[in-house]
Design a protein around this ligand. Sequence first.
Ligand SMILES: Cc1cc2nc3c(=O)[nH]c(=O)nc-3n(C[C@H](O)[C@H](O)[C@H](O)COP(=O)(O)OP(=O)(O)OC[C@H]3O[C@@H](n4cnc5c(N)ncnc54)[C@H](O)[C@@H]3O)c2cc1C
Ligand code: SF4
Length: 333
Amino acid sequence: MRAFELYDAASVADAVNLLKQNSDRTVKVVGGGSDLIGGIMKDWVHGNGLKFPDVLVDLTTIKDLTTISAGGDGATVGAAVTLSDVIDHKDLQAKFPLLVAAAQSVASPLIRNFGTLGGNVNQRPRCWFFRGEDFNCYKKGGDFCYAVTGDNRYHAIIGGELCYIVHPSDTATALLALNASAKIAGVNGDKTVKFDDYFIGPRQDVLRENVLTAGEFVTHVTIPNPASGTKQAWNKLKDRQVYDFALTSVAVSFTMSGNNWNDGRIVIGGVSPVPYRAKVVEDALKGKDIKATIKQAAAQIRTVARPMSLNAYKVDLAAGLIERTVLDALATN
Ligand SMILES: Cc1cc2nc3c(=O)[nH]c(=O)nc-3n(C[C@H](O)[C@H](O)[C@H](O)COP(=O)(O)OP(=O)(O)OC[C@H]3O[C@@H](n4cnc5c(N)ncnc54)[C@H](O)[C@@H]3O)c2cc1C
Ligand code: SF4
Protein backbone atom coordinates (compact mmCIF):
# COMPACT_ATOMS: atom_id res chain seq x y z
CA MET A 1 0.00 0.00 0.00
CA ARG A 2 1.21 3.51 -0.78
CA ALA A 3 2.01 5.83 2.17
CA PHE A 4 -0.55 8.42 3.24
CA GLU A 5 -0.82 11.10 5.91
CA LEU A 6 -3.42 10.49 8.63
CA TYR A 7 -4.90 13.28 10.75
CA ASP A 8 -7.09 12.71 13.83
CA ALA A 9 -9.80 15.39 13.70
CA ALA A 10 -10.74 16.76 17.13
CA SER A 11 -14.02 18.36 16.04
CA VAL A 12 -16.19 18.85 12.96
CA ALA A 13 -14.63 22.33 12.52
CA ASP A 14 -11.16 20.79 12.78
CA ALA A 15 -12.04 18.18 10.12
CA VAL A 16 -13.37 20.91 7.81
CA ASN A 17 -10.14 22.89 8.31
CA LEU A 18 -8.02 19.83 7.53
CA LEU A 19 -10.02 19.30 4.32
CA LYS A 20 -9.55 22.97 3.40
CA GLN A 21 -5.81 23.00 4.16
CA ASN A 22 -5.26 19.91 2.00
CA SER A 23 -7.58 20.86 -0.86
CA ASP A 24 -4.68 20.98 -3.33
CA ARG A 25 -4.10 17.26 -2.69
CA THR A 26 -6.42 14.22 -2.79
CA VAL A 27 -7.95 14.13 0.68
CA LYS A 28 -10.64 11.82 2.04
CA VAL A 29 -12.41 11.32 5.33
CA VAL A 30 -12.19 7.88 6.92
CA GLY A 31 -14.35 6.04 9.47
CA GLY A 32 -13.35 2.49 10.39
CA GLY A 33 -11.30 2.19 7.20
CA SER A 34 -12.68 -1.28 6.40
CA ASP A 35 -13.47 -0.25 2.83
CA LEU A 36 -11.17 2.70 2.17
CA ILE A 37 -7.97 1.31 3.71
CA GLY A 38 -8.77 -2.41 3.81
CA GLY A 39 -10.24 -2.38 0.27
CA ILE A 40 -9.91 0.55 -2.14
CA MET A 41 -6.35 1.62 -1.18
CA LYS A 42 -4.98 -1.85 -0.51
CA ASP A 43 -6.33 -3.16 -3.81
CA TRP A 44 -5.00 -0.16 -5.73
CA VAL A 45 -8.44 0.75 -7.03
CA HIS A 46 -7.56 3.89 -8.92
CA GLY A 47 -7.75 5.36 -12.41
CA ASN A 48 -7.91 8.60 -14.40
CA GLY A 49 -11.02 9.75 -12.53
CA LEU A 50 -10.26 8.12 -9.20
CA LYS A 51 -7.12 9.44 -7.59
CA PHE A 52 -5.34 7.55 -4.82
CA PRO A 53 -5.69 9.62 -1.57
CA ASP A 54 -2.59 11.36 -0.14
CA VAL A 55 -4.32 12.50 3.05
CA LEU A 56 -6.94 10.87 5.30
CA VAL A 57 -8.92 12.72 7.96
CA ASP A 58 -10.14 10.38 10.71
CA LEU A 59 -13.69 11.15 11.87
CA THR A 60 -13.82 8.52 14.63
CA THR A 61 -11.80 10.83 16.90
CA ILE A 62 -14.66 13.39 16.94
CA LYS A 63 -16.69 12.62 20.06
CA ASP A 64 -19.90 14.26 18.81
CA LEU A 65 -19.91 11.95 15.78
CA THR A 66 -19.77 8.80 17.91
CA THR A 67 -23.02 9.36 19.82
CA ILE A 68 -26.67 8.41 19.30
CA SER A 69 -29.58 10.41 20.67
CA ALA A 70 -33.26 9.59 20.41
CA GLY A 71 -36.12 11.85 21.49
CA GLY A 72 -39.51 13.29 20.64
CA ASP A 73 -38.66 14.19 17.04
CA GLY A 74 -36.67 11.09 16.17
CA ALA A 75 -33.10 9.83 16.31
CA THR A 76 -29.78 11.46 15.49
CA VAL A 77 -26.93 9.06 14.85
CA GLY A 78 -23.33 10.32 14.51
CA ALA A 79 -21.66 9.27 11.26
CA ALA A 80 -18.76 7.70 13.19
CA VAL A 81 -21.05 5.48 15.33
CA THR A 82 -20.14 1.84 14.72
CA LEU A 83 -22.68 -0.55 13.26
CA SER A 84 -22.46 -2.62 16.47
CA ASP A 85 -23.46 0.44 18.50
CA VAL A 86 -26.45 0.97 16.18
CA ILE A 87 -27.47 -2.67 16.70
CA ASP A 88 -27.11 -2.51 20.51
CA HIS A 89 -28.98 0.78 21.03
CA LYS A 90 -32.25 0.19 22.90
CA ASP A 91 -34.17 3.21 21.46
CA LEU A 92 -33.14 2.33 17.91
CA GLN A 93 -34.24 -1.27 18.52
CA ALA A 94 -37.64 -0.03 19.74
CA LYS A 95 -38.34 2.62 17.10
CA PHE A 96 -36.31 1.57 14.07
CA PRO A 97 -36.05 -2.24 14.08
CA LEU A 98 -35.63 -2.02 10.30
CA LEU A 99 -32.36 -0.09 10.61
CA VAL A 100 -31.12 -2.39 13.37
CA ALA A 101 -31.88 -5.49 11.27
CA ALA A 102 -30.15 -3.99 8.21
CA ALA A 103 -27.05 -3.10 10.28
CA GLN A 104 -27.08 -6.60 11.77
CA SER A 105 -26.99 -8.09 8.27
CA VAL A 106 -23.82 -6.19 7.27
CA ALA A 107 -20.57 -8.16 6.94
CA SER A 108 -19.17 -9.94 10.02
CA PRO A 109 -19.19 -9.04 13.77
CA LEU A 110 -15.55 -7.89 13.52
CA ILE A 111 -16.30 -5.45 10.69
CA ARG A 112 -19.48 -4.23 12.41
CA ASN A 113 -17.40 -3.49 15.52
CA PHE A 114 -15.29 -0.89 13.72
CA GLY A 115 -17.21 -0.11 10.51
CA THR A 116 -19.19 3.12 10.92
CA LEU A 117 -22.64 4.18 9.74
CA GLY A 118 -21.11 7.01 7.64
CA GLY A 119 -18.60 4.63 6.10
CA ASN A 120 -21.28 2.06 5.35
CA VAL A 121 -23.54 4.55 3.55
CA ASN A 122 -20.62 6.06 1.61
CA GLN A 123 -18.63 2.93 0.77
CA ARG A 124 -17.60 2.51 -2.86
CA PRO A 125 -19.18 -0.09 -5.20
CA ARG A 126 -18.19 -3.73 -5.20
CA CYS A 127 -18.23 -4.34 -8.97
CA TRP A 128 -15.37 -6.79 -9.50
CA PHE A 129 -14.09 -4.89 -12.54
CA PHE A 130 -14.02 -1.65 -10.51
CA ARG A 131 -12.12 -3.46 -7.74
CA GLY A 132 -9.74 -5.06 -10.24
CA GLU A 133 -6.56 -3.10 -10.87
CA ASP A 134 -6.48 -3.91 -14.59
CA PHE A 135 -9.88 -2.50 -15.61
CA ASN A 136 -9.97 1.23 -16.29
CA CYS A 137 -13.75 1.38 -16.61
CA TYR A 138 -16.09 4.42 -16.79
CA LYS A 139 -16.26 4.66 -13.00
CA LYS A 140 -12.49 5.13 -12.80
CA GLY A 141 -12.52 7.70 -15.59
CA GLY A 142 -11.99 5.23 -18.45
CA ASP A 143 -14.18 4.71 -21.50
CA PHE A 144 -15.70 1.23 -21.17
CA CYS A 145 -17.99 -0.80 -18.92
CA TYR A 146 -16.63 -4.34 -18.65
CA ALA A 147 -19.89 -5.58 -17.11
CA VAL A 148 -21.76 -5.16 -20.40
CA THR A 149 -19.87 -7.94 -22.14
CA GLY A 150 -18.33 -9.58 -19.05
CA ASP A 151 -19.69 -11.46 -16.04
CA ASN A 152 -22.60 -9.32 -14.85
CA ARG A 153 -24.38 -11.79 -12.55
CA TYR A 154 -24.25 -9.38 -9.57
CA HIS A 155 -24.93 -6.17 -11.48
CA ALA A 156 -27.92 -3.85 -11.82
CA ILE A 157 -31.31 -4.80 -13.23
CA ILE A 158 -32.81 -1.32 -12.82
CA GLY A 159 -31.36 2.11 -13.61
CA GLY A 160 -28.01 1.08 -15.09
CA GLU A 161 -26.64 3.30 -17.82
CA LEU A 162 -22.94 3.57 -18.73
CA CYS A 163 -22.25 1.86 -15.42
CA TYR A 164 -24.23 -1.04 -13.91
CA ILE A 165 -23.09 -1.14 -10.28
CA VAL A 166 -25.48 -1.97 -7.48
CA HIS A 167 -25.33 0.22 -4.40
CA PRO A 168 -23.56 -1.92 -1.77
CA SER A 169 -24.86 -0.43 1.50
CA ASP A 170 -27.49 -2.27 3.53
CA THR A 171 -28.03 0.63 5.94
CA ALA A 172 -28.56 3.06 3.03
CA THR A 173 -31.48 0.90 1.82
CA ALA A 174 -33.04 0.95 5.31
CA LEU A 175 -32.45 4.69 5.86
CA LEU A 176 -34.21 5.57 2.61
CA ALA A 177 -37.21 3.46 3.67
CA LEU A 178 -37.25 5.33 7.01
CA ASN A 179 -37.30 8.75 5.29
CA ALA A 180 -33.98 9.71 6.92
CA SER A 181 -31.67 12.64 6.10
CA ALA A 182 -27.92 13.27 6.08
CA LYS A 183 -26.44 16.28 7.86
CA ILE A 184 -23.41 17.40 5.88
CA ALA A 185 -20.48 19.64 6.82
CA GLY A 186 -17.98 21.01 4.35
CA VAL A 187 -15.61 23.73 3.29
CA ASN A 188 -18.56 25.66 1.78
CA GLY A 189 -20.83 25.34 4.84
CA ASP A 190 -23.37 22.95 6.31
CA LYS A 191 -26.54 21.51 4.81
CA THR A 192 -29.08 18.74 5.27
CA VAL A 193 -30.05 16.44 2.40
CA LYS A 194 -32.85 13.89 2.53
CA PHE A 195 -31.73 10.42 1.46
CA ASP A 196 -34.43 10.76 -1.24
CA ASP A 197 -32.02 13.21 -2.92
CA TYR A 198 -28.68 11.93 -1.61
CA PHE A 199 -27.79 9.05 -3.95
CA ILE A 200 -27.01 9.71 -7.59
CA GLY A 201 -26.85 7.31 -10.50
CA PRO A 202 -24.34 7.08 -13.35
CA ARG A 203 -26.49 9.23 -15.64
CA GLN A 204 -25.93 12.16 -13.26
CA ASP A 205 -22.22 11.49 -12.59
CA VAL A 206 -20.58 8.17 -13.31
CA LEU A 207 -17.65 8.93 -10.97
CA ARG A 208 -19.78 9.41 -7.83
CA GLU A 209 -22.56 7.59 -6.00
CA ASN A 210 -23.89 10.50 -3.93
CA VAL A 211 -24.17 14.28 -3.80
CA LEU A 212 -21.06 14.82 -1.66
CA THR A 213 -18.41 16.91 -3.37
CA ALA A 214 -14.72 17.30 -2.43
CA GLY A 215 -14.42 18.80 1.05
CA GLU A 216 -17.81 17.53 2.27
CA PHE A 217 -18.70 14.73 4.66
CA VAL A 218 -21.68 13.40 6.62
CA THR A 219 -21.71 14.37 10.29
CA HIS A 220 -25.03 12.80 11.37
CA VAL A 221 -27.98 10.83 10.11
CA THR A 222 -31.40 11.96 11.34
CA ILE A 223 -34.44 9.69 11.29
CA PRO A 224 -37.96 11.00 12.02
CA ASN A 225 -40.05 9.04 14.50
CA PRO A 226 -42.39 6.71 12.62
CA ALA A 227 -46.14 7.38 12.83
CA SER A 228 -47.97 5.30 15.42
CA GLY A 229 -48.65 1.76 14.18
CA THR A 230 -45.96 1.84 11.47
CA LYS A 231 -44.96 -1.62 10.27
CA GLN A 232 -41.28 -2.25 9.43
CA ALA A 233 -39.34 -5.24 8.11
CA TRP A 234 -36.00 -6.12 6.45
CA ASN A 235 -34.89 -9.10 4.40
CA LYS A 236 -31.64 -9.76 2.55
CA LEU A 237 -30.70 -12.60 0.22
CA LYS A 238 -27.02 -13.42 -0.27
CA ASP A 239 -24.93 -16.09 -1.97
CA ARG A 240 -22.63 -16.87 0.94
CA GLN A 241 -24.65 -17.14 4.15
CA VAL A 242 -21.85 -16.45 6.66
CA TYR A 243 -21.51 -12.88 5.35
CA ASP A 244 -21.94 -11.29 1.98
CA PHE A 245 -23.33 -8.32 0.10
CA ALA A 246 -26.99 -8.41 -0.92
CA LEU A 247 -28.03 -10.20 -4.08
CA THR A 248 -31.28 -8.43 -3.29
CA SER A 249 -32.56 -6.84 -0.10
CA VAL A 250 -35.87 -5.22 0.77
CA ALA A 251 -36.71 -2.59 3.41
CA VAL A 252 -40.34 -1.71 4.10
CA SER A 253 -41.96 0.83 6.39
CA PHE A 254 -45.68 1.57 6.08
CA THR A 255 -48.87 2.54 7.88
CA MET A 256 -52.27 0.88 7.47
CA SER A 257 -55.91 1.79 7.47
CA GLY A 258 -57.66 -1.32 8.68
CA ASN A 259 -56.23 -4.08 6.48
CA ASN A 260 -55.31 -1.65 3.71
CA TRP A 261 -52.04 0.04 2.71
CA ASN A 262 -52.19 3.68 3.77
CA ASP A 263 -48.76 5.19 3.18
CA GLY A 264 -45.19 3.97 3.17
CA ARG A 265 -42.01 3.01 1.40
CA ILE A 266 -40.60 -0.10 -0.22
CA VAL A 267 -36.87 0.16 -0.99
CA ILE A 268 -34.80 -2.50 -2.73
CA GLY A 269 -31.03 -2.98 -2.39
CA GLY A 270 -28.70 -4.93 -4.69
CA VAL A 271 -30.63 -4.15 -7.87
CA SER A 272 -29.71 -0.62 -8.90
CA PRO A 273 -26.83 1.94 -8.71
CA VAL A 274 -28.82 3.67 -5.96
CA PRO A 275 -31.03 2.21 -3.21
CA TYR A 276 -34.17 1.82 -5.32
CA ARG A 277 -37.56 3.05 -4.12
CA ALA A 278 -40.14 0.74 -5.70
CA LYS A 279 -42.88 3.34 -6.19
CA VAL A 280 -44.48 1.14 -8.82
CA VAL A 281 -45.19 -1.43 -6.09
CA GLU A 282 -46.22 1.18 -3.50
CA ASP A 283 -48.71 2.64 -6.01
CA ALA A 284 -50.20 -0.79 -6.72
CA LEU A 285 -50.81 -1.25 -2.96
CA LYS A 286 -52.22 2.21 -2.23
CA GLY A 287 -55.59 1.93 -0.46
CA LYS A 288 -55.80 -1.83 -1.13
CA ASP A 289 -56.07 -4.84 1.14
CA ILE A 290 -52.42 -5.77 1.58
CA LYS A 291 -52.71 -9.54 1.93
CA ALA A 292 -55.02 -9.81 -1.08
CA THR A 293 -52.93 -7.53 -3.31
CA ILE A 294 -49.28 -8.01 -2.41
CA LYS A 295 -48.38 -10.80 -4.86
CA GLN A 296 -49.77 -8.90 -7.82
CA ALA A 297 -48.32 -5.58 -6.56
CA ALA A 298 -44.82 -7.05 -6.04
CA ALA A 299 -44.91 -8.40 -9.60
CA GLN A 300 -45.04 -4.78 -10.81
CA ILE A 301 -41.27 -4.65 -10.28
CA ARG A 302 -41.01 -6.67 -13.51
CA THR A 303 -42.31 -3.68 -15.47
CA VAL A 304 -39.29 -1.53 -14.54
CA ALA A 305 -36.54 -4.18 -14.57
CA ARG A 306 -34.10 -4.40 -17.51
CA PRO A 307 -31.82 -7.34 -16.67
CA MET A 308 -28.42 -7.92 -18.27
CA SER A 309 -27.24 -11.18 -19.86
CA LEU A 310 -26.60 -13.10 -16.59
CA ASN A 311 -28.79 -11.52 -13.92
CA ALA A 312 -32.44 -12.02 -14.87
CA TYR A 313 -32.71 -14.24 -11.77
CA LYS A 314 -32.63 -11.03 -9.70
CA VAL A 315 -36.02 -9.96 -11.09
CA ASP A 316 -37.61 -13.10 -9.61
CA LEU A 317 -35.70 -12.57 -6.34
CA ALA A 318 -36.90 -8.97 -6.06
CA ALA A 319 -40.57 -9.83 -6.71
CA GLY A 320 -40.49 -12.71 -4.22
CA LEU A 321 -38.58 -10.78 -1.55
CA ILE A 322 -40.87 -7.75 -1.72
CA GLU A 323 -43.86 -10.01 -1.12
CA ARG A 324 -42.14 -11.84 1.74
CA THR A 325 -40.96 -8.64 3.45
CA VAL A 326 -44.33 -6.89 3.33
CA LEU A 327 -45.97 -10.01 4.80
CA ASP A 328 -43.25 -10.18 7.49
CA ALA A 329 -43.99 -6.57 8.41
CA LEU A 330 -47.73 -7.35 8.60
CA ALA A 331 -47.00 -10.11 11.10
CA THR A 332 -45.21 -7.70 13.51
CA ASN A 333 -47.04 -6.12 16.49
C1 LIG B 1 -15.61 -8.73 3.99
C2 LIG B 1 -16.56 -7.57 3.93
C3 LIG B 1 -17.92 -7.81 3.86
C4 LIG B 1 -18.79 -6.74 3.80
N1 LIG B 1 -20.14 -6.98 3.74
C5 LIG B 1 -21.03 -5.94 3.70
C6 LIG B 1 -22.42 -6.15 3.67
O1 LIG B 1 -22.89 -7.27 3.68
N2 LIG B 1 -23.23 -5.06 3.63
C7 LIG B 1 -22.75 -3.78 3.61
O2 LIG B 1 -23.53 -2.83 3.60
N3 LIG B 1 -21.42 -3.56 3.64
C8 LIG B 1 -20.57 -4.60 3.69
N4 LIG B 1 -19.22 -4.36 3.74
C9 LIG B 1 -18.76 -3.05 3.68
C10 LIG B 1 -18.53 -2.61 5.12
O3 LIG B 1 -19.71 -2.72 5.80
C11 LIG B 1 -18.19 -1.25 5.06
O4 LIG B 1 -16.90 -1.31 4.55
C12 LIG B 1 -18.17 -0.55 6.40
O5 LIG B 1 -19.43 -0.50 7.01
C13 LIG B 1 -17.72 0.78 6.09
O6 LIG B 1 -17.49 1.43 7.27
P1 LIG B 1 -16.07 2.07 7.56
O7 LIG B 1 -16.32 3.03 8.66
O8 LIG B 1 -15.03 1.03 7.79
O9 LIG B 1 -15.81 2.84 6.18
P2 LIG B 1 -14.47 3.48 5.62
O10 LIG B 1 -13.68 2.44 4.93
O11 LIG B 1 -13.81 4.29 6.67
O12 LIG B 1 -15.10 4.48 4.54
C14 LIG B 1 -15.77 3.99 3.41
C15 LIG B 1 -15.97 5.15 2.43
O13 LIG B 1 -16.86 6.09 2.99
C16 LIG B 1 -16.25 7.37 3.10
N5 LIG B 1 -16.71 7.91 4.38
C17 LIG B 1 -16.52 7.38 5.61
N6 LIG B 1 -17.18 8.11 6.53
C18 LIG B 1 -17.79 9.11 5.85
C19 LIG B 1 -18.61 10.21 6.24
N7 LIG B 1 -18.94 10.42 7.52
N8 LIG B 1 -19.04 11.07 5.29
C20 LIG B 1 -18.71 10.87 3.98
N9 LIG B 1 -17.94 9.86 3.55
C21 LIG B 1 -17.49 8.98 4.48
C22 LIG B 1 -14.76 7.14 3.04
O14 LIG B 1 -14.06 8.25 2.47
C23 LIG B 1 -14.70 5.91 2.13
O15 LIG B 1 -14.73 6.30 0.77
C24 LIG B 1 -18.30 -5.42 3.81
C25 LIG B 1 -16.93 -5.19 3.88
C26 LIG B 1 -16.06 -6.25 3.94
C27 LIG B 1 -14.60 -5.95 4.02
S1 SF4 C 1 -20.43 -1.61 -13.83
FE1 SF4 C 1 -19.53 0.41 -13.44
S2 SF4 C 1 -17.87 -0.04 -12.01
FE2 SF4 C 1 -18.38 -1.98 -13.05
S3 SF4 C 1 -17.11 -2.12 -14.89
FE3 SF4 C 1 -18.99 -1.12 -15.51
S4 SF4 C 1 -18.49 1.09 -15.32
FE4 SF4 C 1 -17.01 -0.03 -14.08
